[in-house]
Design a binder for this molecule. Sequence first.
Ligand code: NAP
Ligand code: MG
Length: 487
Amino acid sequence: MSTPENTIPTFANYINGEWVAGTKTFENRNPANTDEIVGYFVKGSAADVEAAAKAAEAALPGWAGMPAPARGNILFKTAEILEKKFDMISAEMTREEGKTLPEAKGEVRRAINIFRYFGGEGSRLDGVMVPSERERVHVFAIRKPIGVVGLVTPWNFPIAIPAWKMAPALICGNTIIVKPASVSPLCAWRIVEALHEAGIPKGVVNFVAGSGGEIGDALVNAPQVKAISFTGSNDVGNHLHEQASKRRMRIQLEMGGKNPTIVLADADLKSAVENVANAAFFSTGQKCTATSRAIVEDGIYDQFMAALIERTKKLTVGDGMKAGIDIGPCVDQGQLNTVLKYIAIGTEESGAPLCGGNRLTGGDYDKGYFVEPTIFGDVQPNHRIAQEEIFGPVLAVIRAKDFDDAMRIANDIPFGLSSSIQTSNLSRAMDYIYKAEAGLLTINLPSAGVEYQLPFGGTKDSSFGPKEQGPAALDFYSDFKTIYMKY
Ligand code: NAP
Ligand code: MG
């Protein structure tokens, strides 16, 4: 990184243990104040990916051959370094992505925990040991790394998602090439910097920022790269899968969602309102696990709507660096355009929103991509705003006759990432657990807000391949080798 005083820093790529400068750069701007450039990033190329892939392949035997607890020690040290920079990285995240500072702090904390958790896996990495059918034969299976792995990450969790791919990939003994989202690459860069400072051997970790199309194609076509873990949109995920499957490359995809929260008439009204407002609007609705459909039982619909609208009108929108702000901006102009487009579509389909519906303007708002949290009522389940991912602070509320009707509506979409129910009826909650078509379920909690020590991921069109996080993460980043030994 070059940081002459009073100038905007330029962040280099990291290949084979070196910071690699380049002639072309791109901007990382603050979506709450577009006058502010957070930094410039070196725009990597296909040639950089080639160099990174070669370096990662060369580093593989050394890294894979190191005792896993020693690899774990480097992850522990990385966590410590990130912790020392906690306040700086949190503020950088708010400035590059727009989420509020308390949300950013929560996410940096999570990344630190992820590095500690997978550091601990270094001394736990399990295999399989079972008795043989045969006498004096010993059978067991050990985990081996896959090789060089490409990690492609989205902008909405700029540190947690890179962390939850990098840490398990590394502890299993793989070497990696990280391609961060162009809108918010700095937090992933900070992890790479921390790994460098923690003494990661050269070539084990490589970072190439730049155009998704160019870097992505280069990654999926590099002969050294044996697996890709991707989080982002369905379009890009499907494109990567198509290319990867030609090579029978291992691939894991975490993609879009259209997550429902069912509110039953027996729910605790106050907490149901709080949970839906939180899941729909916090982080500007830009969480993959955000609620974008509330499916509300007839018996509580009017009461729930009145309370939800009242609560939503109290949410404050603004620069997430300021105290007291609940909701930051959309991440960029493109995302803002998408949100406004869907507000127009929703108005056509279901009538004017019951609250919100506008871009915020005037004063500081003019410098950012701010939009009011928006609620549409009596939305039909087949409406576009109830079927298509918007990825913004827009909630479609759908009326359901009863639990079965709500369950049918909740499942009647191609996506299946997260899903939530608000109810005080244990039997309904259990029915829901077995019937909901989603990978992540919450009961009497917001649909968003996951913990790193459990499997993470969806079903249907939302996801493909093994789950991320928790012990399940090891299944993507390692392969079993099975041994039969006569003694
Ligand atoms: P995106 O546009 O698909 O981008 C994701 C990543 O892919 C970025 O690093 C992007 O690079 C890169 N990319 C773009 N084109 C590519 C190509 N042709 N080949 C390979 N890589 C390419 O998604 P996003 O807008 O960043 O993120 C929002 C989406 O992510 C939403 O759909 C959301 O639901 C989903 N998401 C899902 C989860 C989950 O766990 N299921 C979590 C978070 C987000 P550039 O930035 O340079 O374009
Ligand atoms: Mg930015």
